[in-house]
Design a protein around this ligand. Structure first.
Ligand code: FAD
Length: 465
């Protein structure tokens, strides 16, 4: 016989969507259980955001250690112990996943290990080994995340790897082919190039990072080239042949067939939602033809009491989006008034240099009928960027012409990932370019670039003529 427990709220999946939702629901008085079949922290903490950023920062340090001649620093024989780097990366991940466990417990969220499956519209079954338990709920938040898409012509193996495999390599390969020039391919390709790997990126569309403005991706392209990364656009990867100790990747590039030999081929062509093996039918939960769960502005599905958040619903597959939606769902369940508003949702690429965007781009604003005023300021005019010896890039501020309301911002340049928050706040708080210009920014900081760009918008910049 199966044992049934009754709870207020069941959260399925403990990634940045699920664990945040569970904590918030518990803070608001719900009795919560969270079910996780893998590791606490989900993709983000274990095989996504955190380990990739750890490798990227190590790659920067390794590169800088060898390339600071301009500053009069020369080093002899910089070495890389990749196994030790992986140990360190693992320790960062463990600290954070351990932290999530501690936070869940401190908030009295019960952690249940196992795979959840809907059996009714108010009940899930959890399979763990030979045991299974049923949980009857008033509310459920589904946060099962996504998995890398496997191409039929590139079946996963020891040599044909996803981002997960690329983060776990035992050594920096001599050669790597990356299929897909989106943010994950660029971030990982660039990190390995910094470690000395010869990287070839094959991108199907006309440009790498196709979601970003050309002027921004061009800056990243320039740096990638400097690192020795070869980029082919309009390149259709066709298949792979595994050799004794590597791969041969066939691709059609602008109509011409080419073969690339490498130690590994990393396939980063997108992710698919983990919604197939959840028993959604048993609860009557509707999905789109891409397998995304349909939700409204409160993250409610078509079934009463069931919510869905994160990578399994529409929108950008980003950790902070998952967490944000998790809070909205938890607050709604707890009787608060909450609703998603994606206007100030940032997106960051941890490339070299970083790209970041929030709100509307110039062309999106125009499409939406805004009469816009666009201001730009180059990093090369920032004292801080100069003192960091990293002056490639610019900030762009998109404002509404009539009153200077900030409706979007894009940054290409070092520190962009941290700088974008100020512009997100400006949008969220309904600030104008004048508000930013009137805010005293510490000198010398990259943050001043926001003030300077706002002054450009007002037609009175101090540091560019
Ligand atoms: P996930 O993190 O995928 O978590 C879902 C959890 O549900 C998993 O732990 C899974 O085991 C569990 N689960 C699934 N099915 C069941 C079931 N039936 N029963 C029980 N448990 C189940 N985003 C950023 O914002 N910034 C970044 O820098 C960034 N870098 C990334 C780098 C890489 C290499 C990758 C792959 C992703 C990156 N992302 C980044 C994306 C980010 O990781 C995801 O958007 C985020 O993890 C989604 O959170 P989630 O809670 O929806 O799902």
């Amino acid at each position: 016989g199966e044992f049934t427990t009754e709870v207020d709220t069941v959260v399925v999946g403990a990634g940045p969507g699920g664990y945040v939702a569970a904590i918030r629901a518990a803070q608001l008085g719900q009795k919560v259980i969270i079910i996780e079949k893998g590791e606490l922290g989900g993709v983000c903490l274990n095989v996504g955001c955190i380990p990739s950023k750890a490798l990227i920062s190590a790659s920067h340090r390794y590169e800088h250690a060898q390339d600071s001649d301009d500053m009069g620093i020369s080093t002899e024989k910089v070495t890389l112990d990749f196994a030790k780097l992986q140990d360190w990366k693992g320790s960062v991940v463990n600290k954070l996943t351990g932290g999530v466990e501690g936070l869940l417990k401190a908030n009295k969220v019960e952690i249940v290990k196992g795979e959840a499956l809907f059996v009714e519209k108010d009940e899930v079954r959890v399979n763990s080994g030979y045991e299974s338990t049923r949980y009857k709920f008033n509310n459920c938040i589904i946060a099962t995340g996504s998995s890398p898409i496997e191409l039929p012509t590139f079946k996963w193996s020891d040599r044909v790897i996803s981002s997960t495999g690329a983060l776990a390599l035992k050594e920096a390969p001599k050669k790597m082919v990356v299929i897909g020039g989106g943010y994950i391919g660029v971030e990982l390709g660039s990190a390995y190039a910094g470690f000395g790997t010869e990287v070839v990126i094959l991108e199907g569309s006309k440009s790498i990072l196709p979601g970003f403005e050309k002027k921004m991706s061009a800056i990243v392209k320039k740096r990638l080239k400097k690192k020795g990364v070869v980029m082919h656009t309009e390149a259709m990867a066709q298949g792979v042949e595994e050799t004794k100790d590597g791969v041969k990747v066939k691709a059609e590039i602008k109509g011409k067939e080419e073969t690339f030999e490498a130690d590994y081929v990393l396939v980063t062509v997108g992710r698919r939602p983990n919604t197939e093996e959840l028993g959604l039918d048993m609860a009557g939960i509707e999905t789109t033809d891409r397998g995304l769960i349909k939700v409204d502005k409160q993250c409610k599905t078509n079934v009463d009491g069931i919510y869905a958040i994160g990578d399994i619903v529409a929108g950008p597959a980003l950790a902070h989006k998952a967490s944000y939606e998790g809070k909205v769902a938890a607050e709604t369940i707890s009787g608060e008034h909450a609703e998603v508003d994606y206007l100030a949702m940032p997106a960051v690429v941890f490339s070299d240099p970083e790209l970041a965007s929030v709100g509307l781009t110039e062309s999106e604003a125009k499409e939406q009928g805004y009469d816009v005023k666009v201001a730009q300021f180059p990093f090369a005019a920032s004292g801080r960027a100069l003192s960091l010896n990293d002056t490639d890039g610019f900030m762009k501020l998109v404002t509404r012409k009539e009153d200077g309301l900030v409706i979007g911002a894009q940054i290409a340049g070092t520190g962009a990932s941290d700088m974008i928050s100020e512009l997100g706040l400006a949008i969220e708080a309904g600030m104008t370019a004048e508000d930013i210009a009137l805010t005293i920014h510490a000198h010398p900081t990259l943050g001043e670039i926001a003030m300077e760009t706002a002054e450009v918008a007002l037609g009175m910049p101090i540091h560019i003529a």
